[in-house]
Design a protein around this ligand. Structure first.
Ligand code: RB5
Length: 150
């Protein structure tokens, strides 16, 4: 894994089961994580479970976040409101790899009603093991940061 700090996990009820699968997958590889909930399939609101893991990434406690809701979309929208977070909602391998290579994404979002556990773990592995290419891509990220700081 390229991130040197624990992976921050968060999910609403729609992503809870997928988060639990990803936890097991990380643990099997000895990858440290912090689980910010939710802890059951009881209905809850995805912004509440996007913010704590994203804050942990931005404040340096965690290296990256993996976030799950029903579609992966809502929790990615919420995550991208946190200054310093670059979240990508992925359901294919190319996007999971290239959001690291080109966007230096620090949050991977997936939908528990979209991807199965096997694919989700493959996407997580790609995300956690792919380095950022820098160069011209850094210039573009600097422009995103400028939008954040407007
Ligand atoms: C919850 O039903 C669902 O709306 C949520 O998990 C997510 O898919 C929103 O984008």
């Amino acid at each position: 894994m390229i991130f040197e700090k624990p992976v921050a996990l968060g999910a609403d009820h729609g992503g809870y089961a997928l988060k639990e699968e990803i936890k097991q997958h990380l643990a099997a590889q000895g990858i440290p994580y912090r689980d910010f909930g939710t802890d059951s399939t009881a209905s809850c609101d995805y912004p509440d479970y996007a913010l704590p893991p994203c804050d942990a990434v931005v404040n340096g406690e965690c290296g990256a976040a993996i976030l799950c809701c029903g579609t992966g979309v809502g929790i990615s929208i919420a995550a991208n409101k946190v200054k310093g977070i670059r979240a990508c909602c992925c359901s294919d391998a190319f996007s999971a790899e290239y959001t690291r290579r080109h966007n230096n994404a620090n949050a991977l979002c997936m939908g528990g009603r979209v991807v199965g556990p096997g694919l989700a773990c493959t996407l997580a592995d790609l995300f956690l093991n792919t380095p950022f290419e820098g160069g011209r891509h850094q210039l573009r990220i600097d422009k995103i940061t400028a939008i954040e700081n407007r």
